[in-house]
Write a protein that binds this ligand. Structure first.
Ligand SMILES: [Zn+2]
Length: 432
């Protein structure tokens, strides 16, 4: 089944449809005051750039909103475009189970299927196979607390995924049917889904796993990456005529510097178009771990951080050299009534907004804030109307897009650290 990268067929010239160019480097453009520079050992890998795909370009750094099931929940694609989203990320695991990758292939790929003409990403399915499958629900326990265990299953959950050296057998969270993902199957599924950017199939570990398990897992992920590259090359040749799909390798290694750096060097030696930084990341180590990775990874390839959410984490990632990241929070918290503002997050459900006829925040240029009041949103939530999720999601997605647009502009004009401190200082002052 496995073939070495030496024997993999060369990718056709269609590959030139994907590319990445670095623009401004944070180190070159920002006047870094001593205190802030010291905080990071004086090294900042942040940069602006442009990712080119067959479905358009992405100005980086960029936030990639999540449309798990080929839809950003409750939001029309036209609204996503209007609020400034440059690309969308869908989940291979969900689309494989329902409606099936062959349906998207027949529709002309993910973008055509969901009426989104911009760039698209799919993850490999690894995260969902192992996180949903192992019963951790949607969020891997990243607390790092408690006893280390290599057979962790969230309390009260049946283990639904089994990892072996060849792949993962798991039960569908929809109906319990048994399925199997291998690196080859993940590549076949993602080629049929047709996104512009795909991710290699990797094993996700948690901070509860022992050091020994992390080492064994990382080696498994390395061998799976080689198999993904080979299968990707085969499929790219077989499906000539389809738009080129870029493949990103995924860096694991948990909280261990030597493992993270080794993983980056291993993946850098393979034929990837870009890289994903994955795995359990503790908030306090996020910047350090991202920096280990960006120091090792090739400068001329884009780096995507898989799944972060809080504004401070976003800035930490960007200044340490992350070009794109995905984040499900704006819609997830929006559906519960939580809205972001420059002064922090608040919940529009609460009684004090019943007769508040101001927008979510004055000065927001989103569709929701330019047309509706807090009182109206409050009413929609109380009445359990579906428009509530649509309007809060539009506002929240716009908030993150605008924040990252601001970071990109500030990196380009040399004011990044002032911008960051102003945004985060205000957001966490908690006046909302
Ligand atoms: Zn707004």
């Amino acid at each position: 089944m496995s073939s070495s990268p030496q024997t993999a067929p060369a990718l056709p010239s269609a590959r030139s449809a994907f590319g990445f160019e670095v623009g401004h480097r944070l180190e070159d453009t920002a006047a870094v005051p001593g205190e802030r520079a010291a905080a990071n050992g004086g090294r900042f890998g942040g940069r602006t750039g442009t990712i080119t795909t067959p479905h358009g370009t992405i100005a980086t750094p960029a936030f990639v909103p999540v449309g798990t099931q080929a839809t950003v929940k409750a939001v029309l694609p036209e609204a996503m475009k209007e609020l400034g989203a440059q690309a969308l990320l869908a989940n291979a695991y969900h689309l494989y189970l329902q409606p099936g990758a062959e349906v998207l292939d027949a529709a002309g790929g993910l973008g055509a299927f969901m009426n989104w003409d911009g760039p698209t990403f799919t993850d490999s399915g690894g995260f969902q196979v192992m996180s949903l499958g192992a019963g951790f629900k949607k969020v891997i326990d990243m607390s790092g607390a408690g006893a280390a265990g290599d057979d962790d299953v969230a309390a009260g959950k049946e283990r639904l995924a089994h990892v072996d050296d060849d792949g993962v057998t798991f039960k569908s969270h929809l109906n319990g049917d048994l399925h199997r993902f291998t690196p080859e199957i993940s590549m076949q599924v993602q080629h049929r889904l047709g996104a512009d950017v795909m991710f290699a199939f990797d094993e996700l570990t948690t901070l509860h796993n022992s050091r020994g398990y992390q080492e064994a897992s990382l080696e498994r992920t390395r061998r799976w990456a080689l198999r993904c590259v080979a299968e990707h090359a085969r499929l790219t040749g077989e499906r000539a005529g389809k738009p080129y799909q870029a493949l990103f390798g995924v860096v694991q290694g948990a909280q261990y510097e030597d493992l993270r750096r080794r993983a980056c060097r291993d993946l850098a030696a393979m034929d990837f178009d870009g890289y994903g930084i994955g795995g359990a990341l503790e908030k306090e180590n996020l910047g350090t771990i991202v920096r280990w990775c960006t120091e090792e990874l090739p400068e001329d390839r884009p780096r995507h951080l898989l799944g972060i959410s809080e504004p401070d984490d976003i800035f930490t990632a960007l200044e340490n050299g992350v070009d794109t990241f995905d984040c499900v929070s704006p819609t997830r918290v929006g559906r519960t009534g939580a809205v972001y503002t420059p002064d922090g997050r608040f919940n529009v459900n609460t009684a004090r907004f019943r007769t508040d006829f101001s927008p979510v925040f004055e000065g927001c240029d989103c569709y929701t804030c330019t047309h509706y009041t807090r009182a109206y949103l409050h009413h929609l939530f109380k009445a359990k109307e579906r428009l509530s999720a649509t309007l809060t999601s539009i506002h929240n997605e716009r908030f993150i897009v605008r924040m990252v647009d601001g970071a990109r502009a500030a990196m380009a004009d040399g004011t990044y650290f002032d911008y960051r401190d102003e945004v985060l200082g205000r957001y966490y002052a908690g006046r909302a």
